[in-house]
Structure formats: structure tokens, C-alpha cells
Design a binder for this molecule. Sequence first.
Ligand code: GLA
Length: 748
Amino acid sequence: MSIFMDEARGLVTLQTKHSSYQMKRDPDGLLLHTYYGSRIHSGDDMSHAIARVGRGFSGSLTVNGTERPGWSEDVLPLEYSCFGVGDYRASALKVRHKDGSRAVSLRVRDWTVQKGKYALKGLPALYAAPSEADTLLVRMEDPYSGLAVELQYGVVEELDLVTRAARIINRGKTKLWLEKAASLSVDWQFGEFDWISFHGRHTMERIPERQPVRHGIQSIGTVRGTSSHHYNPFSILCTPQTTETQGLCFGVSLVYSGEFLMELERDQANQTRLVCGIHPDDFCWELKPGESFQTPEVLLFCSDRGFDRLSQCTHRAIRDHICRGIWKRQDRPVLINNWEATYFDFTGDKLIGIAREAAALGIELFVMDDGWFGKRDNDHAGLGDWFPNEKKLGCSLRELGEKITETGMQFGIWFEPEAVNKDSDLYRAHPEWAVQIPGRDPNLSRDQLVLDFSNRAVQDYLIARITEILSKAPISYVKWDMNRSICDKYSTALDAAHQGEFAHRYVLGLYRVLDTLTTAFPEVLFEGCSGGGGRFDAGMLYYMPQIWCSDNTDAINRLSIQYGSSFGYPISAMGSHVSAVPNHQTGRITPFATRAAVAMAGTFGYELDIRKLSEDEKEQIRSQIRSFRRFYPLIQRGDYHRLSTPEDLCIAWSFTDPAPQCSEAVIQAVQLRLESNGVPIHLYPVGLHPEGIYELAICNAGCEDRPLRRIAGISGAALMQGGVTLPVPQEEYHAWTLLLKKNGICAD
Ligand code: GLA
């Protein structure tokens, strides 16, 4: 059991392998947050560190008219902060009562501990076997209004992970409205922190930005309907000294695909507060007596050995405890997607031609992208009409699928179920299903509107359409796209008083559709997409184990995007393809081998017109696929390490067989800038067995069978402490592969 209760002292300590999280009930029932950091003993009552000081303009907690001097909700570290009763910092819960007042005072009623991890109805959440996790439920109540909050905690010891969510229940006699219902707040009383968030834009997602946490509130978030390209719902709080291999850091991953807000506040007493959950700007939720509201879940990771260990935990949590279904363990196929090969300009025969060539080179799955349905020859029309365009395909979808599978490949297909073009039969039949405000000209984006996924009729229609398509053709893969931000939010299925529920109901509707379809078609591999990585979050990964990382296929830009993504998300989740040069997004020319090395730090596939390649390039594809298959167990299931950054001259990363074996490793490196009379690049591998004796082969990427150099009989300690030197590159964007194999243990 990882949860330790000390009823007499009102103390609860959540223990993971390397971290501790503690809360304490004060004599008046206030729930204090007393510690979160490196592991301490479960009996250590960390409330000793709370300073009992009165601060001007920070009123005292008052019970039955009596002030508790020096005990102020404005400065105390609190477990779930509420708006309106003297805590003036960023709050987690804001409620409007029927009389218009907006105060909530939560007091602990009781707490219980259960074996296993709680689940959330209708929302994605981390799951674990009963032996792997424990649950703590803390029940709190506002004695004045009857509003109750159940704080939910899951503890996964092995992953240094505490999950948090909250259920808010109206036990009062009158309606109330939730104006903000964050999943958590966490207070750190002491310490300086940096905050690393991952910002970006379409085709340039998840770029890390590290800044000191300053006084005031700083936040990231989105009101775009989806988790967005612009700010990812994963961030890291760390001490200013923290590096990849040293220092304390916390990972915060919101398991949600909609509008979110992550706030950090450094207060008057230099304390740091984190608040995270649904964005309140587009949120107002009515709770009638007896009703409850469930917040999404947040995963909180703690590492006192830097970002590398933090990422091992975030990767395992998502790979093994968020992703579900057969594809969680099954080897993913090497795919070819026709988008950058043909865009809308294809026929069935053209696709079959690409599939034949691809099959002969060892590619396993052919994906037909946008343009196969309705009157969809460009992006101005047809979206929403999920009926195969048999004239364009030259046959039925089933026949096309059969022809593709006859080549020996599996067949996959693109959908964008959440959107509609005005020029479509669906829009003409159901304009009320599109998200727009009656009487207002809606904002168009890519000539499309969004379908109202908060409306059950819309959900059911799309479930039925997609079910029919997936049942009638031999389809083993679906790319689920979503290509615009949502505004003009309004649902014809909600009355005026409930429009504030639209944004969250949209996400709940999407989750219902995804749950229904992935349950009905468990063998189909679903890949998420939103103009690339516009909805790259742990919520989507609960339904689909991989997401197209970015619409940017330029290998060099991808190095930055995949580097940023790797802090919070595993390599097995990152859709990544080799595309043509000059690259369609940047015009850059990179070596074929480099493009393959970069795509291998992902799910690996191709997105180019294979018929235009030379015989030599086709031979390279055969050998790239052989290398990928050889490295696959390490890439998809091993430990991933960042060895340098996109700001360095050379970026490198590695995949290692996890401890204690550490039996092999693959390091890949790409030279980012060439310099005259170049200085050698020196890399320090991590994740090796210090006493292991390794054999090292340094190869040009794509030539793993013909090493440039071999170093035999060297210890893991020597490699990790002394490093490895790469040859001086003679070509821009050159890539190397370093292979390490352990074949013994040091005697001394
Ligand atoms: C989005 C996707 C692309 C492609 C196009 C098709 O932009 O991210 O990969 O599928 O849509 O319209």
C-alpha cells in the first residue's frame, strides 16, 4: 500500500518509489497541503514547516465568529483552493450560488483508501492493475451550501505518479453554477522554480520554453475547443538547477483534449501554486440538487534525478496505463500515406500503383488520405459526406480495399468526422448541426465549420456512418483528423442557460464517439491528428495509441518538434514519416538517411510518391525498414533519452534496453550546423549498465551493417563518463547510428 493514514494526526502521505505527497487536516477541518517532493518517511509530519504568521490584508480563518490568528487561507498551503473566502490567489473552484454569492469553504468530512485505481465515467483516465495502484478519496463539504467535493487521488508507486481529479456534488437544496472547476491545485511553500511549457503553432508544435516563475499569475491554455497546437496540456515545474540528469522536477499532464488552463502563481510569501483543469472562460456548468460534475484527471510526476527520469515515467504511464487495446503491445505497421504524394489529385488506380510499389519494398500499410468521399477534390467542399466517391476511386471502397490488400498491404483510411463544409449534402440537410450562432456570420477556417459533437444526434449519426464504412471494407487503420479551432460556440441542442456547457460537452461527446468506435473495432489501429499535432494530449491517447505529430515533415524541424514532444509523451505515440525533398513545408533538402533516422524516432512510415524514387532510394527504403524492424523493440518499448538539444551543433537521442539488463542501445545523431574546420562532436550516452562491457559500432545512418568504427570491450561507465566522439561530418544534416551491445560484465 502506498497510502499512509495517520488518523490521530490527521495526516495522509502518498508514497511512490522516489517521491512523497502529503496533506493534513487542521483542527478546523481545513485540508492543508504539507509536502510534495523527494521521498520522505511516511511518519514525517511536514506541517512543522508552516509558519504561523499574521499578514496584513490576509484575513484569518474564522470559525463560529472567532478568528484563528496567523492562520490565513490566503497564505496557507491548501489542497484544493476555493474562491471567495479569503484565499486571494488563483483558485481551483469558483461557484455561483442561487443568491448570486460566490463563496465556498471546504472542510474535510472523511477519507477512504481503496486498492486499485479509480476510473472516471465518460472521461479518459489512467488505469492500472489493483496491485499497481491505490486510490485515496477525500470527501469535503461546504457547511453553508451543501456543496461537496470528492478529491480523487491515484498513486502509482513505480512511476512516481500521483493522479488527481475532483467530483463536485450539489448536496444542497438549490441549483448552483460551477464557474471554474479545476482538477487540482498544488502549493509549494518554499523554493524557486522554473516553468517549462510547450508552445507552438500549426506545423511547429511543442517547442519548450523555460522561464523562472515570477510573482503574479502566469498561465498557458486554450479556448480553441481542442487542446491546441499553441500550448500543450503538459508542462514541467523544476528547480532552476535541474538538468536532464540532475535536480527536482514535476511533470503535469492533463488527460483532456479540450479547453484547458494551467496557472502558476508566486505569491506574497514566495510560495508557488499550480492550478490546472478545464479553462473557465468558456465554462459555466449548472448543478441541480443531487447532480455531480466530474473534472478531468491530471497526472503529476515527480523526479529528483532530472528530466530524463521524469520522461521515463511519463512515457511508461502513457504507453502502459493510458493507451489501451491490442495496439498497445502489438508491433505497429510501417505505413505509407498518400497525402504529400498526391494531395487531392488521385484515382483508385494511382493509389493501387503506389501500394504495389510500396508493398514490394516491405511497407506494410497503405493509408488513403483526404479526398476519397463526397465531392471532395479540394478543401472547399464535401467534408461531412462520408460516402465513397466511386467515380474517383473507379470502384467501390470495398473493391479498392481488396485490391490494396491483394498487394500484401493492409488498408487504412482518413476521416475528419468533426467538421463539415457548407458545400456538402450533410450541411444542406442539417445546418443546425454545425457550430455557429444563429444570426451571426460564423468564422470559417479551411472553408469548414465544426459539427456539434455536444449533440447526441450528431454523435449517433457519425457513429453510424463510420461504422458502416469500417464494416463494409477491409480497413485496419483510421486516421482521425480535426482541422480547425472552434469559435462561435453555440449548440442548437442546448437552451440559453446551458450554452456555457458546450465546450466541455463537445469533448465528452467526442470521447463517447471514440469509445464506441474503438470498442466496436478493437482490431483497427486509430491514429489521432489535428492538422498534425493540434490535439496531441493524454486524453486522445486513451482512445488512439498514436497521433500524427505535426503537418511539418521537414526532418530538421521535426527534430525540434519531436524533442519537445518527448518530455511528456512516448516515442510510440509520435506519428512520423519520411517525406520528399525539397520538403513541402520548408523547401529544405536533407539526406534520405537523415529523414529515415528522424522518422524512426516515431511510429515510422513514408509520405511521398514512391513511384518517383530512384532504384538506389528504393533500395535504401528496404534497408531502412530492416533497420527499423531490428531496432523496433527498443524504439517502441525501450527507454528514450535526450542526449543533446536542437540548439546544439548536433542533436542526439538514444533508445536503451531498460535497467537492470541495459543489454543494448541505439544512439542516433544529426548534425544541425556545419562549420569549417569543425570541432568533433562528443556525446555522453545514458542508461547503460556501468559495469557492463559493451561493443560499440559507429555507423552512418542507413549503413548499420557497415560500421565506420568499432570499439570493443569498453565499460558502460567509461562510455557514460568519458563519452563517445563522432566523425567530423562532411555533409549538411548528416546522420549517424551508434549501436551498443553488452556482452559481459566487468571483473573489477
Ligand atoms: C490535415 C492533416 C494532414 C492531411 C490533411 C488532409 O492537415 O494533418 O496530414 O491529412 O489534413 O486534408
